[in-house]
Write a protein that binds this ligand. Structure first.
Ligand code: ZEM
Length: 286
């Protein structure tokens, strides 16, 4: 048991669980990043509902959303950390784990602040259908991310997280990894979007994705229709080119935009204390 508010101790324990030889590509990292993103990506700026506060994925209404299939693996990885540091809220733990995972996989340092609550405010529960559908296109991306308050540039930048991890046919129905080294954060996703030939492939479950088969190595990489849409929309495409050319720029922008993502729906005073949640109901000031 660490001292309440000792996020450094929690970080160390998250780092220690990253290596998972029996799981996927040997790392818990990618699925932890996806957990952080899905916990926050339900935010709607207009109604101020959804977002990482509340850690609603613990409950059926949000956790049982088909869009969140597979994220129980990430939550299970983190249970021992929660048990060891019971003072941390799940909402903080999940967002912190995403940040630690990105950094540990070679990505940028991302500013993170604690103080989220696990109190579920029934009036803030997001309806299902707020997360993006990989089978759709540019208009859908603008609709979904615009609702959270993100610009075209930020949409492209955030999509760079697909440098990590893979699709699982038993979770989303899509299948495969975007890059050859899916546990190393880089701008390779953008470079491959532009440099490889992507052809449409219908999987045996009827789902369509884009693939590239490399005869030399015998490996097949994939892209979602939404990933390919980034190369077809002229404004998105400019950012794909920029991030493919400039890894430093991508890292810098990704750090800001991921930090913005995990702060959606959270208001803080100048000391970083959250002002829009009731601390009597499970929040705390660190
Ligand atoms: Zn993803 N994502 N995502 N994403 N994502 C998957 C996997 C991962 C979309 C999407 O449909 C999917 C962002 C944006 C978008 C990650 C991070 C982030 C999968 C595969 C799908 C289908 C799930 C499976 O089968 O396990 C769509 C349409 C997006 C709109 C742009 C953003 C933003 C992310 C973080 C910043 C990560 C890390 C994974 C890999 C998960 C894993 O288990 O390996």
């Amino acid at each position: 048991m660490s001292k309440k508010g000792d996020f450094g101790a929690v970080k160390k324990d998250i780092e220690a669980l990253m290596h998972q030889p029996e799981y996927d590509d040997g790392s818990a990292g990618p699925v932890l990043v996806r957990l952080a993103w899905h916990s926050a990506g339900t935010y709607d700026a207009e109604t101020d509902t959804g977002g990482s506060n509340g850690a609603g994925m613990r409950y059926e209404a949000e956790g049982g959303d088909p869009a969140n299939a597979g994220l129980q693996h990430a939550r299970v990885f983190l249970e021992p950390v929660k048990a060891k540091h019971p003072w941390i809220t799940y909402a903080d733990l999940w967002t912190l784990a995403g940040v630690v995972a990105i950094q540990q996989m070679g990505g940028p340092t991302i500013p993170w602040q604690g103080g989220r609550t696990d109190y579920v405010d029934d009036s803030k529960i997001p309806p299902r259908g707020r997360l993006p559908d990989g089978a759709l296109g540019a208009d859908h991306l603008r609709f979904i991310f615009g609702r959270m308050g993100f610009s075209d540039q930020e949409i492209v930048c955030l999509s760079g997280a697909h440098n990590l991890g893979r699709c699982h046919s038993d979770r989303s129905g899509f299948d495969g990894a975007w890059v050859n080294n899916p546990t190393r954060f880089s701008n390779q996703y953008f470079r491959l979007l532009l440099s490889l030939q992507w052809r449409k492939k219908k999987l045996s479950n009827g789902i369509e994705q884009f693939v590239n088969f490399d005869d030399d190595t015998g490996t097949e990489l994939m892209m979602l229709p939404t990933d390919i849409a980034l190369t077809q929309d002229p404004i998105f495409r400019q950012w794909v080119i920029k991030y493919a050319d400039d890894k430093e720029l991508f890292f810098k922008d990704f750090s800001s935009v991921f930090s913005k993502l995990i702060e959606l729906g959270i208001q803080r005073d100048e000391n970083g204390h959250i002002t829009n949640i009731d601390n009597e109901k499970g929040g705390y000031h660190s």
